[in-house]
Design a protein around this ligand. Structure first.
Ligand code: HC1
Length: 563
């Protein structure tokens, strides 16, 4: 143990504790901007300066370890003045367009300027000039708002192992972008948007399509329908100040109706459909000795990662489209035909926790079935724009039939959920017996890689689950080294979709855990908890798709990725 003093308060801490952590223990809230615990501890922004009493030195508390006998001052005139000066320097080279910046509400730079009482930008000199990157449908990058904190670089390299962006150049011309000053579309970026989650300013954000959706809603010739992803219902209320994990499914449905959508449907319906199709594919592959393990294909960031880094596994990828895209496909065929709506007048909008879903919707394999994918954050902004008091709305019900789902579909939004949903159905289909214990706890929780063996009839099904692309990479390497599984669930974002790049901020582990608990609560309380028991899934097969894996199903619900 080490003894030190923080502003006269005596403290005992473990060896290796930083001054920032020690100060926190002493109840001092030191400002930080570049700091991300255990991920980006680089001391770049110099806003967490503290003063060492003995030497009189100012040091960055996030990277300075406590030393026995140290006396630290966190709030002297010099400390406050220098922190403030450093923030002013950052602002002097920042494009300050707060009223129009997408990130304004969540901008940490703006919040700190407010907190430190900066009312004027004193140092107006030359500013570095860089071009904006709008080369992808998912992300918007404005390097003139970048403060070079390197959080995005750390998450892209260390958590996702994608390494699409790096700091380039020197001094005033330093810029964080893909190597060789390329655009994101020319890089191996998978568009997961985890960079936008950690960016403290508006330098990387989702690309916003709210105005396009408003235009469609106001166009009387258009029939505009919306689908909501599983993970949105436990995170949306954070945009309105509620606790992460608060379940607002019913209020969200009501808000979407008030926004003017003609029908409010649920991606969960096609999550159930995915289980039917993917389950059938798994059983067929096992029976016919075809390529195994089967990899899930719902997460577009994961698919892009596989295409860039592990193309040799492309035939392991399920041919199932994601639930988002199955929904689009079913909407523009079955729903349009049944309701006599011209496909030209039908607009399909999805609300997703994900930035890569925008890219997925634009992929040539998907035939433009989903017109616009908005993030949870964008939906929050739309509701605010319309002045809707979502938290005080009565709970609405989804429209039938594309809005009815089982609890298995809700848990798609968390890591392990797709696997658990698949196991519930595979068990009953393969054994013909009722599954009594529905909770497959082996695949639950936050561990980066989870494995389980499940006895089903005369088969021991070996499965694995990975979330976050760094973990995906590790699992793929294990498979290359000979690890054997039948079925593997991969999700690009840490925690699964609940930790998606389009979710409300901040995405702390704690917030993600609360969202996860919310999804399991929804599942627990649903009357139907198995995809194959959803009566409307049975109905759509009877009326239209014939049976899982049928020719019609293949035509509408499957695709082929090629590299
Ligand atoms: Fe997901 Fe999925 S669960 S990919 O994580 O399979 O985004 O929520 O909508 O498509 O259903 C995301 C979430 C989502 C799909 C489903």
């Amino acid at each position: 143990k080490i003894k030190l003093w923080i502003d006269e308060e005596e403290l005992e801490v473990d060896q290796g504790t930083t001054l920032l952590e020690a100060a926190k223990m002493a109840g001092r809230d030191i400002p930080t901007l570049c700091y991300l615990k255990e991920l980006n501890e680089v001391g770049a922004c110099r806003l967490c300066l503290v003063e060492l009493e003995d030497s009189g030195k100012l040091v960055a508390s996030c990277i300075t370890p406590a030393v026995d006998g140290m006396r630290v001052k966190t709030n002297t005139a010099r400390v406050r003045k220098t922190r403030r000066l450093n923030l002013e320097f950052l602002l002097s080279n920042h494009k300050v367009d707060c009223p129009t910046c997408l990130k304004s509400d969540d901008c940490e730079l703006r919040e700190l300027a407010e907190q430190m009482g900066i009312r004027d930008i004193r140092f107006i000199g030359e500013k570095s000039t860089f071009t904006k990157d709008v080369s992808t449908p998912s992300l918007y990058r404005d390097p003139e708002k970048c403060i070079l904190c390197r959080r995005c670089v750390s998450v892209c390299h260390e958590v996702q192992s994608v390494k699409a962006i790096v700091p380039e150049g020197r001094g005033f011309m330093t810029v964080v972008e893909p190597a060789f000053y390329n655009s994101l579309s020319e890089s191996p970026c998978v568009l997961c948007g985890q960079c936008s989650v950690v960016c403290p300013t508006g330098a990387i954000t989702e690309r916003e399509y709210i105005d396009d959706v408003w235009e469609a809603i106001y166009d009387p010739a258009k029939h505009v329908i919306v689908q909501t992803a599983p993970a949105v219902r436990v995170a949306l209320s954070e945009a309105f100040g509620k606790e992460p994990g608060t379940i607002v499914t019913g209020q969200m449905v009501s808000a979407l109706r008030e926004l003017g959508f003609d029908k409010v449907f649920d991606t969960n319906f096609t999550a159930d459909l995915t289980i039917m199709e993917e389950g059938t594919e798994l059983i067929d592959r096992i029976k016919n000795n075809e390529t195994l393990p089967l990899f899930t294909s719902c997460s577009p960031g994961w698919i892009k990662f596989l295409e860039h880094y592990y193309p040799e596994f492309i035939y392991n990828l399920s041919t199932c489209k994601s639930p988002q895209q199955m929904f689009g496909s079913v909407a523009k065929t079955y729903y349009a035909e049944k309701n006599d709506i011209s496909v030209d007048d039908l607009i399909v909008v999805s609300i997703m926790p994900c930035t890569a879903k925008k890219f997925e919707a634009s992929r040539s394999e998907m035939n433009g079935d989903v017109d616009y994918a908005l993030t949870t954050r964008e939906l929050g902004r739309m509701i605010k724009q319309a002045g809707i008091d979502i938290l005080n709305l009565p709970e609405g019900d989804y429209d039938k039939l594309l809005g009815v789902s089982s609890g298995a579909a809700d848990i798609f939004g968390t890591t392990g959920g797709v696997m658990e949903a698949a196991l519930r159905t595979a068990y009953e289909i393969l054994t013909g017996e009722e599954l009594r214990e529905l909770d497959f706890t082996q695949v639950r929780g936050a561990d980066g890689i989870k494995e389980a063996e499940v006895a089903i009839a005369d088969l021991t099904l070996k499965v694995a689950v990975a979330h976050g692309l760094g973990n995906a990479r590790e699992l793929l390497e294990r498979i290359k080294d000979g690890a054997e599984y039948h079925f593997v669930e991969f999700m690009a974002c840490p925690g699964g979709c609940i930790g998606g790049g389009g979710q409300p901020l901040p995405a702390t582990e704690d917030n993600i855990a609360k969202r996860r608990a919310g999804l399991y609560e929804i599942d627990q309380n649903k009357e139907i908890r198995k995809s194959h028991e959803n009566p409307y899934i049975k109905k759509i097969y009877d009326e239209y798709l014939e049976k899982p894996g049928s020719h019609k199903s293949h035509e509408l619900l499957h695709t082929h990725y090629v590299v």
